[in-house]
Design a protein around this ligand. Structure first.
Ligand SMILES: NC(=O)C1=CN([C@@H]2O[C@H](COP(=O)(O)OP(=O)(O)OC[C@H]3O[C@@H](n4cnc5c(N)ncnc54)[C@H](OP(=O)(O)O)[C@@H]3O)[C@@H](O)[C@H]2O)C=CC1
Ligand SMILES: O=C(O)[C@@H]1CCC=N1
Length: 275
C-alpha cells in the first residue's frame, strides 16, 4: 500500500511513543516528518540522538506543524492535554487525530477536542520497537479511506495491524495484545526463575527462555496446526513435557488467562468512565 507521507506529531514521548517512533524510523518513515513533544527533556534527547526526529517541550508547536496528531499521554492526563490543543492549535478539525490511550472513547474526545474532529483509535504494543507490534484500530465514521490507509501503513511499518468492528472490541484487543507483552514477560520471568532455582545463572536461564519463546511464536505463525496441536507435538506420551503440562493444567491456566483478560477489559471500561 503506498500512501502520501504526512507530518506526524506525537504528544508524549513515553514508552509507547519510543517504541512506535523507533519502529517507524527503522521501517523507513522519514524522521524529517516526525515531531515529538514531552514536558521533560531526557526522553526527547534520546529520540533526537538516536532517531534525529524533531523534538520540543511545547505540545502546541509540534501539533500545529503536523497533519496527524498522535495523543500518547496517560489516560489520566488526556483531558488536560486535549483542552490545551483545543484552545491553542489552529484548524484542529483539519488534522487527523489518532489516540493510543487505553479506554477513553471517541465520544469523550469529541467533548475534549470539539465535535468536528476526525479520529482513529489505535491500541499498539511495545514490541513495535522491534517491528513486531500488534496494533488494533478503530475509526470514527468521519475518517476516510485515505486516512485509514495512512495509519494502517504507519503501524504496519512497526508490526501487524487489525481493524476491529467497534470500541468494545478494541478494549478486548487491548487486554490481550496491548497488555499481552507484560503477560508473556511475566511468564518468561517465571521460567527464568525456575531454571535459576535449579542452578542456572540468570543470563543463561534468560537466554534459553527467550530463544524458546521466539521459536514457539515463529512456529505458531508458520504452522497451520492449532496451538493445541503444536503443544501436543511437544508432549510425548509418558515423557517429561506431559508432567510439566499437567502442572499448568492443574493450576487451570485457561481460567487464569480468562480472568486476567477480563480484569484488563474491565479496567479499560473503568478508564472510559474516569477520564
Ligand atoms: N505502554 C504500553 O505498553 C501501552 C500504552 N498504551 C497507551 O499509551 C499511552 C502512553 O503510555 P506509555 O507510553 O506507557 O506512558 P509513559 O508514562 O511512558 O509516557 C507518557 C509520556 O507523556 C508525557 N507527558 C506527561 N504530561 C504531558 C503533557 N502535558 N504533554 C505531553 N506529554 C506529557 C510524560 O512525560 P514525563 O515523563 O516527562 O512526565 C511521558 O513521557 C497511554 O495512554 C497508554 O494507555 C497503549 C498501548 C500499550
Ligand atoms: O496498561 C495499560 O493501561 C496500557 C494499555 C495496554 C498496555 N499498557
Amino acid at each position: 500500500m503506498t500512501t502520501t507521507p504526512r507530518k506526524i506529531a506525537f504528544i508524549g514521548a513515553g514508552n509507547m511513543t519510543q517504541s512506535i517512533v523507533g519502529g517507524m524510523v527503522r521501517s523507513g518513515y522519514s524522521n524529517e516528518l516526525i515531531y515529538v513533544s514531552n514536558p521533560s527533556v531526557g526522553k526527547l534527547q534520546l529520540l533526537q540522538d538516536k532517531l534525529k526526529v524533531h523534538t520540543s517541550q511545547d505540545n502546541i508547536q509540534v501539533a500545529t506543524q503536523a497533519d496527524v496528531i498522535v495523543l500518547a499521554v496517560k489516560p489520566q492526563l488526556m483531558a488536560q492535554v486535549c483542552q490545551q490543543l483545543r484552545e491553542q492549535v489552529p484548524n484542529l478539525s483539519d488534522k487527523l487525530i489518532v489516540t493510543i490511550a487505553a479506554g477513553i472513547r471517541i465520544e469523550k474526545y469529541r467533548q475534549y477536542l470539539g465535535d468536528s474532529i476526525r479520529m482513529i483509535r489505535v491500541m499498539p504494543n511495545t514490541p513495535s520497537l522491534v517491528g513486531q507490534g500488534m496494533s488494533g484500530l478503530v475509526a470514527d465514521d468521519r475518517v476516510d479511506q485515505t486516512d485509514q490507509d495512512f495509519i494502517t501503513a504507519a503501524f504496519n511499518g512497526v508490526g501487524a495491524t487489525l481493524w476491529v468492528a467497534d470500541e468494545d472490541q478494541l478494549d478486548i484487543l487491548g487486554a490481550v495484545a496491548g497488555s499481552g507483552p507484560a503477560y508473556f514477560f511475566e511468564f518468561m520471568a517465571s521460567l527464568q526463575k525456575a531454571a535459576a532455582a535449579l542452578g542456572f545463572d540468570a543470563d543463561k536461564a534468560r537466554a534459553m527462555v527467550q530463544q524458546t519463546a521466539l521459536g514457539a511464536a515463529e512456529m505458531a505463525i508458520a504452522s497451520e496446526l492449532s496451538l493445541e496441536d503444536l503443544r501436543k507435538q511437544v508432549t510425548s506420551k509418558g515423557g517429561s513435557t506431559a508432567k510439566g503440562i499437567e502442572v499448568y493444567q492443574a493450576a487451570e491456566i485457561d481460567k487464569i488467562s480468562a480472568q486476567a483478560v477480563k480484569a484488563a477489559v474491565q479496567r479499560n471500561q473503568e478508564m472510559a468512565k474516569l477520564f
